[in-house]
Design a binder for this molecule. Structure first.
Ligand code: 5GP
Ligand code: ZN
Length: 145
């Protein structure tokens, strides 16, 4: 993709601090980390959404993201890590080349996701939501429609 900043990073046209690379994925330090050591894992192939990434590559992103998380704990003394992926602008995606954030976390790092927890109106409303999702997913893991 010509105007994609992350494709340019993979091609070496924009500098980055590489942490890991293989035939499917590339991982590098986020330029503006939540905590030092914050890494982005991206597919080498351009995909705007994670939903179109082939399963082998998506699996590799998750595996390498987890390995980086372990490395952050072992080498930089973090307590934990978040794996985060924003898919779509409304979800907070700014760079439109899918990327998995590996965010190192400490017990007292003073960073909060502001996670909220809403109730369903009633059991029927909850069941209706589940029924729609189950029906859509019944046509298999590869189907993106
Ligand atoms: P998003 O909000 O799309 O999930 O995250 C995009 C991330 O990419 C941000 O955390 C931002 O700091 C990072 N980022 C944006 N441009 C660059 C860049 O040129 N180099 C690096 N290393 N990270 C970048
Ligand atoms: Zn791209």
């Amino acid at each position: 993709m010509e105007n994609c900043i992350f494709c340019k990073i993979i091609a070496g046209d924009i500098p980055s601090i590489k942490i890991y690379e293989d035939e499917l994925v590339y991982a590098f330090l986020d330029i503006a980390p939540i905590n030092p050591g914050h890494v982005l894992v991206i597919p080498k192939e351009h995909h705007e959404s994670a939903s179109t990434i082939p399963e082998a590559t998506a699996g590799r992103m998750f595996r390498i993201g987890s390995r980086i998380g372990i490395a952050l704990k072992r080498e930089l003394d973090y307590d934990a890590y978040n794996l985060h992926l924003a898919d779509g602008a409304a979800a907070g995606q700014v760079v439109m080349h899918a990327h998995l954030h590996v965010v190192p976390r400490g017990v007292e790092d003073n960073f909060h996701w502001n996670w909220r927890q809403l109730p369903y109106a009633d059991d029927a409303a909850r069941a209706a939501v589940a029924e729609k999702l189950i029906r859509r997913l019944a046509n298999g893991p590869q189907n993106n429609d």
